[in-house]
Design a protein around this ligand. Structure first.
Ligand SMILES: *Cc1c(COP(=O)(O)O)cnc(C)c1O
Length: 311
């Protein structure tokens, strides 16, 4: 180390000295001693690196308080900013998916202003359950026996698997082992839920007999996954919901479908590409369906499990 560099280091004020500066005292009053001390340490560390690399003092060496205030302001700015979605993908996962209806925004902000009967039943003047209000509406819309609302559809699938088929084999078609957005992959979710994935059929063709032949005493669930971000074309065959439901009934095994988005309305009737409807699968006899709250349903981030009450 040259004498020059040594003298630069010695020009850095100590944390203690900085904390006694009037402007920094003002920051301490707003943000607290611990927070400010932590930031001053970081600044000092940066100053040392600048001296080591550039043999010079940082540009802000006479304005520590100013520099600190700028950095705090920058850090406190929300990292979530409104943007225009010009991607061509209407429900874009990276851009917050569904926009909410004005009436929903109004209802949410109303309920946030006061205490509410989230877990309280006014009728019986007793404890209620937070799922009930929405679960009853979902049952009414879809004919499901019961409904459960969780963090997102990935959680819905994970919890559904861990509840229905722990330590059991789950039969899924090789054509439906989807990956969604890198984080959700059917084989990984199976492992995380403590299930063993039993792949059947081939990439392009899976028949009911493939499911049937895979069933043994360790089978816990027959499952389908909607291939929501790709499609297999050409010489193809898949097992439909009604066939799978019938096989499940015959073998006394539960059946489930991860629909991904699902749609409460028939999009084909509006001239749009059709999307599977949860109520159709339930009517066909599938025991459980799962889907996202913030895809075509148009709500906030949520995962929904609908179907048979298995208690
Ligand atoms: C989107 C999707 C998921 C994951 O849903 P999140 O709400 O992102 O957790 C799972 N499965 C399928 C088939 C999907 O399309």
């Amino acid at each position: 180390m040259t004498n020059d560099t040594r003298s630069l280091y010695s020009q850095l004020p100590s944390i203690d000295k900085l904390l006694h500066q009037e402007e920094i005292q003002a920051l301490v009053a707003s943000y607290g001693q611990t927070f400010i001390t932590e930031h001053l340490r970081k600044l000092q560390e940066e100053a040392r690196i600048i001296i080591r690399q550039d043999n010079d003092l940082p540009a802000w060496h006479n304005q520590w308080a100013n520099e600190l205030q700028n950095r705090i302001t920058l850090q406190r700015k929300s990292s979530i900013k409104p943007v225009f979605n010009l991607t061509g993908t209407v429900l874009h996962t990276n851009l917050g998916r569904a926009l909410m209806a004005e009436s929903a925004i109004e209802a949410v902000s109303q309920v946030m202003r006061s205490a509410a009967t989230l877990e309280y039943s006014l009728d019986g003047a007793s404890r209620g359950h937070r799922d009930r209000a929405i679960a009853d509406l979902l049952c009414e819309l879809t004919g499901a026996e019961d409904a459960c609302i969780v963090n997102n559809n990935a959680a819905a699938v994970l919890l559904m698997l861990a509840t229905v088929a722990p330590n059991k084999e789950v039969v899924v078609s090789r054509g439906e082992l989807v990956e969604i957005g890198g984080a959700f992959r059917i084989p990984d979710v199976m492992t995380q839920a403590g299930c063993t994935l039993k792949e059947v059929g081939t990439t392009n063709r899976t028949h009911l007999k493939d499911y049937r032949n895979a069933i043994n005493e360790n089978t816990g669930l027959l499952m389908k996954v909607h291939t929501s971000n790709y499609c297999i074309q050409g010489f193809t065959a898949e097992v439909h919901g009604d066939e799978l439901a019938a096989l499940g009934k015959e073998m006394n095994l539960p059946t489930a479908i991860d629909l991904g988005s699902g749609s409460m309305t028939n999009l084909a009737a509006l001239g749009l590409p059709s999307e599977p409807m949860p109520q159709d699968y339930l009517q066909q006899g599938i025991d459980l369906v799962t889907f996202s709250g913030d895809k075509l349903l148009g709500g906030p981030q949520a995962g929904i499990i609908l179907g048979k009450n298995m208690d």
